[in-house]
Design a protein around this ligand. Structure first.
Ligand SMILES: Cc1cc2nc3c(=O)[nH]c(=O)nc-3n(C[C@H](O)[C@H](O)[C@H](O)COP(=O)(O)O)c2cc1C
Length: 225
């Protein structure tokens, strides 16, 4: 028996993990942060190998974690969690941040606390690297309630609607439309939602080797809408 829905019963928060390498800033959303020791204070932060933030943390050994709150709007999740710094400069027009002593950004509004730290050990775990981080600096930023993954799923997350090309690759039109074909040529499409992050794939069928472009989970984590 392997009911992966059981994983949704594990409680998580949501965090913005930021890094800085050679003057370039980047950050992504993760749910995988937990405190594991008290003296010294150390956190475990697990990040997908495919994320630019992952490479930057690996190369520099530094990161900051901002705790997201119930008031953090969906736009912050989509800005940092639905696109990669490999393709866009996420901080070009994003000014709601303060640079920490370790050179990485932390959020101002939309966070309740932050942690700066140095990586003391890294564990390569197939798809992810788990960073053991010694906290060097931490503070409360606001009295807002920290968000849980459950709260995000129920009250914050909004549908994300990409368009699937016939080949199975995913494309979103610049004007935000779904790019349906001309009358009479439209193909039958089905929708498959990623149970991990909410990304919606549209196409005739979901390829067996499909990987979610947002959270990098495989086809087994999708369900037909
Ligand atoms: C709600 C939510 C939770 C996520 N959780 C994780 C996570 O725990 N680990 C991870 O590596 N990526 C997670 N992601 C996906 C990354 O934030 C996403 O792939 C991001 O675009 C990577 O950006 P980067 O390439 O600029 O680092 C999550 C995304 C969302 C929206």
């Amino acid at each position: 028996m392997m009911n992966e829905k059981a994983l949704f019963q594990i409680g998580y928060g949501l965090y913005l993990v930021a890094a800085n390498e050679n003057g370039k800033d980047n950050a992504c959303i993760v749910n995988t942060v937990m405190q594991v020791t008290q003296n010294p204070i150390r956190l475990l932060v697990s990040v997908s190998n495919q994320n630019l933030t992952h490479d930057m943390i690996k190369n520099t050994g530094k990161l900051t974690v901002s705790v997201l709150t119930e008031k953090t709007p969906f736009s912050v999740y989509s800005h940092f969690g639905y696109q990669s710094g490999k393709k866009v400069d996420k901080f070009e027009d994003f000014e709601d941040v303060t640079r920490c002593a370790n050179g990485c950004y932390r959020l101002n509004r939309n966070s309740s606390a932050y942690f700066c730290g140095n990586v003391c050990e890294s564990f390569a775990l197939d798809t992810h690297t788990m960073f053991l981080v010694e906290v060097t600096d931490a503070d409360i930023v606001s009295s807002q309630e920290p968000v849980t993954y459950d709260f995000y799923q129920k009250y914050v997350k909004q549908p994300y609607k990409p368009v699937a090309k016939k080949s199975g690759a995913v494309k979103t039109n610049a004007d935000g439309t779904n790019g349906a074909g001309k009358e009479g040529t439209e193909e039958k499409t089905n929708s498959y939602v990623c149970k991990i992050c909410g990304y919606v794939y549209e196409g005739e069928s979901l390829p067996e080797d499909y990987i979610c472009p947002i959270c990098k989970h495989g086809a087994s984590d999708f369900e037909k809408l």
